[in-house]
Design a protein around this ligand. Sequence first.
Ligand SMILES: [Zn+2]
Length: 112
Amino acid sequence: MTEVFNAKIPSICTDCNAVTYPPQGFCHSCLSENTEPIPLPLSGKVMAVSQIHHSFEVDIQPHLPLSLTSVALTSDTVVFGLTKENELQTGDKVSLDVQSWPFGNLLTARST
Ligand SMILES: [Zn+2]
């Protein structure tokens, strides 16, 4: 049975504007509980790409290879996004939005 993944959307603090990722239910900077998900889509620059060629999850196997990208939204906030685009490279500009995959709803990167 495949684990169902849920997107972890960065949260922004309504008191100090700090971004927390993954969301914790409180602000990592001022510890306020006044946080809310950042409006999507997000945009940023690819920091690194890792290709996934194997999975034990049967629902994931037909979609391989996939790439896991780390994307810098700002100088101090990096998030992870899955993508079918296997040509992405460090420095590419991408947008991130939640996409439904057979194995869950995940932040997905697309080149812009
Ligand atoms: Zn805060």
